[in-house]
Ligand binder design. Structure first.
Ligand code: SAH
Length: 383
């Protein structure tokens, strides 16, 4: 049975399935559950990349601290302009995302959140990395409703190999932030990259089981896309290990950090086909979650990729509203979809894609049902 009780063995078998006819039953089940549980409305979330400054050195990411790239941080006026555009175009949610920018002051974020709420009445999602408990509490009090923080992989050894930062608290630290976000009262989202070097089908199976265990409200996953100016952008295989290529490590300016991790016959490919399986299984395991068709999917396969994900379990699109002049600088991976467009064009493309598959844009905040039930429970207890 394709339902939320799938066993790890069944999840793994679906991830490895190659038979087109059998896969069609997976796509059909995900699409049916999506329709029954979250309906035909495609939820639009306007994405604003407010800063590309970052204190971390995640080996896959193009805005990692060590990379020499022009850095920017948007002003409050610029962010409010994006909010105004969102409001004018009927978008109910604004997502503020950034590198882990410690110069992005907690007070600035709190005031900006408050201004977006007061002036435009938008629902606010934050995606600003691992921040202190008091900052997360403060932003919730200021009126932010949701927080996105991918755990990237549920395998602690792979997580540690990818995130060499001295002050990073490892996978356990990241998961404890996710649990805290939930306690603080946020609607919580997470997700993983698909096909990162070293990731096995068993790892990906555990990632999916962890989505279910964490009872996530939002699940966003996308293919890993190598960036040539990062340690993961130039790997070689030596003696059964993935290693940062000697070309990269000789160039000391490129990175102080190198990647070394065992290769496996069980390596997950970084394709959209695998991503669609993860999207479909996420829908089946967490039927009420909001699940985006991510920008990374659109980057690999344009409009077709976007629409396929929406037909295989996804119900959210996050059109990029970042001012055009900043987009090329938020280059977490190369050739990112919509880099040279303006917000108007990006939004129109999203609306057209939704219409082309016979769906319609949602109205209102569009929180997950599980979250709304949780909030109702808490207020009942407090009364
Ligand atoms: N600093 C924030 C936001 C990070 S960017 C945070 O830590 O949550 C959002 C996501 O982009 C990351 O969580 C990661 O999953 C994804 N990403 C980064 N580099 C990528 C790459 N090279 N290919 C695909 N996805 C990538």
């Amino acid at each position: 049975m394709l339902d939320a009780d799938l066993s790890p063995q069944e999840i793994a078998a679906w991830l490895r399935e190659t038979n087109e006819e059998r896969l069609q039953t997976l796509w059909d089940a995900a699409d049916r559950i999506r329709r029954e549980r979250v309906g035909d409305a495609a939820r639009l979330r306007g994405l604003v990349e407010i800063s590309n400054r970052c204190a971390r050195n995640c080996l896959y990411c193009g805005v990692r601290a060590e990379r020499r790239v022009e850095r920017y941080r948007m002003t409050q006026t610029e962010i409010l302009e994006c909010a105004k555009f969102a409001k004018k175009n009927g978008l109910a949610t604004l997502v503020l995302q950034a590198g882990e920018d410690r110069t992005l002051d907690a007070g600035f974020v709190a005031e900006t959140v408050r201004a977006i709420r007061d002036d435009f009445g938008l629902t606010i999602t934050l995606s600003l990395g691992e921040r202190t408990d008091s900052e997360l509490v403060r932003w919730k009090e200021a009126g932010a409703l949701r927080y996105l923080l991918r755990f990237e992989t549920s395998n602690p050894a792979l997580y540690a190999a990818l995130h060499p930062d001295v002050d990073g608290a490892g996978l356990e630290g990241r998961i404890s932030v996710l649990k805290r976000l939930r306690e603080i009262g946020y609607e919580v989202g997470s997700g993983v990259m698909i096909g990162i070097p070293g990731q096995t089908f068993d790892d990906l199976t555990r990632d999916l089981a962890l989505f279910r265990e964490l009872d996530l409200d939002m699940i966003g996953s996308g293919p890993f896309l190598p960036h040539s100016e990062t340690p993961l952008g130039a790997l070689e295989i030596r003696d059964g290990y993935w290693e940062t290529s000697s070309f990269q490590s000789e160039n000391a300016a490129a990175s102080r950090f190198t990647f070394r991790y065992p290769t496996s016959n069980d390596q997950v490919p970084n394709t959209n086909d695998l991503t669609f399986k993860v999207v479909a299984l996420s829908r089946i395991l967490c039927p009420d979650a909001n699940i985006p068709s991510t920008t990374a999917v659109a980057t690999l396969d344009g409009s077709g990729g976007r629409k396929s994900a929406l037909s295989r379990g996804a119900n959210v699109i996050m059109p990029n509203l970042t001012p055009t002049k900043y987009r090329r600088l938020y280059e977490i991976y190369p050739n990112k979809a919509a880099t040279f467009e303006d917000a108007e064009t990006t939004l129109q493309t999203a609306l057209r894609q939704i219409a082309e598959i016979g769906r319609f844009p949602g109205v209102g905040p569009g929180s997950s049902k599980r979250f709304l039930a949780r909030v109702a429970d808490v207020s009942k207890r407090e009364r």
